[in-house]
Design a protein around this ligand. Structure first.
Ligand SMILES: Cc1cc2nc3c(=O)[nH]c(=O)nc-3n(C[C@H](O)[C@H](O)[C@H](O)COP(=O)(O)OP(=O)(O)OC[C@H]3O[C@@H](n4cnc5c(N)ncnc54)[C@H](O)[C@@H]3O)c2cc1C
Length: 408
């Protein structure tokens, strides 16, 4: 592809930058002081971040920048992915609240556009854009993560309602989400991929019990969600009954693509840290910095590749697995390097640590992209089977009814 802007791209970029200049402050790429604004996690601070994030999301929605790739009738600009991605790329150069709505905007929105009824689109999409409704993804269970299709949360039809019972886990944002897309088993008599249905569950429904999981860094990011005879109207079904696996595939493809989309930090900040620690002349440090820089660049080009495929109307496919692996490797390389650069200070965490523990949090958060949205090993399986054409693992679970599968 040609990396210079076409006249069309130049016009979109100019409009995006003009809007961002008028609404936010540009950041200096190697500004280490910005890292000092980092704050250790506590509930009050998290609530402030959510309010700031919502306000920023609303402003973007009013200007048509919240989801530029969505059709105009649902609040987007109808831009092809290459043009739509320009805004997000430019936004990273500005000091704006962290994006806390990637599940809604990046994953649920495109899934509702593809699978929802017209009524569901009109109900949900505008509220996703403005972050009026925050969404979560009720997929993983204690016994079903990588093997997601082995899930056992049940939804049983009772008149016009589903009655849902089961347990989900690692549900990001469930503690402040308004709605969740739930995968439930609705037919255990057929093979496991075929008996699943996707259902939109209001998180304030009686019988939904959200229990936050506190992480090693003090943050609460995800939750256990217990569902005890939760009644949900049947018209909350997303996509046809029994085709929840296809709905999930759509959502997971968008999840992988959105995990590849943004970064928590840039290369320039790591280089500035090395400089401030007087380490840029060390040949080993230089080599590690060059490695990190290369990974940032590779990721940028992979991003173009994913968006080019999407511009041709292709669903993000194996490219997004390659991209997700590249993100994991970047976070691993970068996380390890920022700790090494700080020497003994790299062991300190909390508000009184150097840079208020921002780099230590970066180190500890490297495991999130390496596991969430499908682990590195699972991405390698996808690439092995679908890109390299290697033989599939022998399986016995594609023909037997779910109820007859041996399970722990
Ligand atoms: C930050 C974060 C956010 C998350 N948010 C959500 C969310 O919002 N909603 C949600 O539903 N889930 C969420 N998850 C859960 C996530 O999708 C699962 O953790 C992930 O799919 C792995 O499943 P598991 O934890 O059950 O691990 P397992 O599937 O039990 O895997 C354990 C280990 O075995 C390996 N393994 C498993 N199967 C294979 C195989 N076939 N070949 C090779 N190796 C294999 C894995 O790679 C891993 O190393 C989140 C996870 C994280 C880390």
């Amino acid at each position: 592809m040609d990396f210079d802007d076409t006249p069309e791209e130049r016009a979109v970029r100019a409009e995006a930058v003009a809007w961002l200049e008028a609404n936010a402050k540009r950041t200096v790429a190697d500004d280490l002081d910005r890292m000092r604004t980092h704050r250790a996690h506590d509930e009050a601070h998290d609530a402030e971040l959510l309010a700031e994030g919502r306000a920023w999301q609303r402003r973007k929605a009013e200007a048509g920048w919240a989801a530029p790739s969505w059709p105009v009738e649902y609040g987007g600009r109808g831009l092809p992915p290459l043009l739509a991605g320009i805004f997000a790329g430019e936004e990273q150069r500005f000091d704006v609240p962290a994006n806390m709505f990637s599940v809604g905007v990046g994953m649920v929105g495109p899934t509702v556009i593809e699978w929802g009824t017209e009524d569901q689109r009109r109900t949900h999409l505008p509220r996703i854009l403005t972050a009026e409704d925050v969404w979560c993804q009720l997929f993983s269970e204690p016994g079903a993560g990588s093997d997601l299709a082995g899930l056992s949360t049940r939804a049983v039809r009772d008149g016009d309602e589903w009655v849902v019972t089961g347990q989900k886990v690692w549900t990001s944002a469930a503690h402040y989400a308004d709605l969740g897309i739930l995968l439930a088993r609705t037919d255990p008599e057929v093979p496991k991929h075929r008996g699943i249905t996707a259902i939109v569950v209001p998180m304030d429904s009686p019988g939904v019990d959200v229990r936050p999981l506190r992480q090693i860094d003090g943050a609460i990011h995800f939750n256990e969600v217990f569902l005890d005879e939760v009644r949900v109207p049947v018209d909350h079904t997303l996509g046809p009954e029994g085709q929840g696996w296809s709905v999930a595939v759509t959502m997971l493809a968008h999840e992988r693509a959105s995990i590849g989309g943004g970064g928590m930090y840039g290369f320039d900040q790591v280089a500035a840290l090395a400089r401030s620690m007087g380490q840029v002349d060390d040949p080993v440090v230089r080599q590690r910095l060059a490695d990190l820089h290369t990974r940032f660049e590779v990721l940028r080009f992979l991003g173009y590749r994913v968006r080019t495929a999407a511009s041709r109307g292709e669903l993000p496919g194996p490219e997004s697995s390659v991209m997700k692996l590249a993100v994991s490797a970047l976070y691993e390389t970068g996380g390890d390097l920022v700790i090494a650069l700080q020497g003994p200070a790299g062991m300190l965490s909390g508000d009184d640590a150097p840079y208020r523990g921002a780099f230590v949090d970066l180190f500890m958060s490297q495991w999130a992209p390496r596991i969430g949205g499908g682990t590195d090993q699972v991405q390698r399986n996808i690439i092995g089977e679908r890109v390299l054409g290697l033989p599939r693992e022998p399986r016995t679970d594609t023909t037997l009814a779910f109820k007859d599968l041996p399970r722990a």
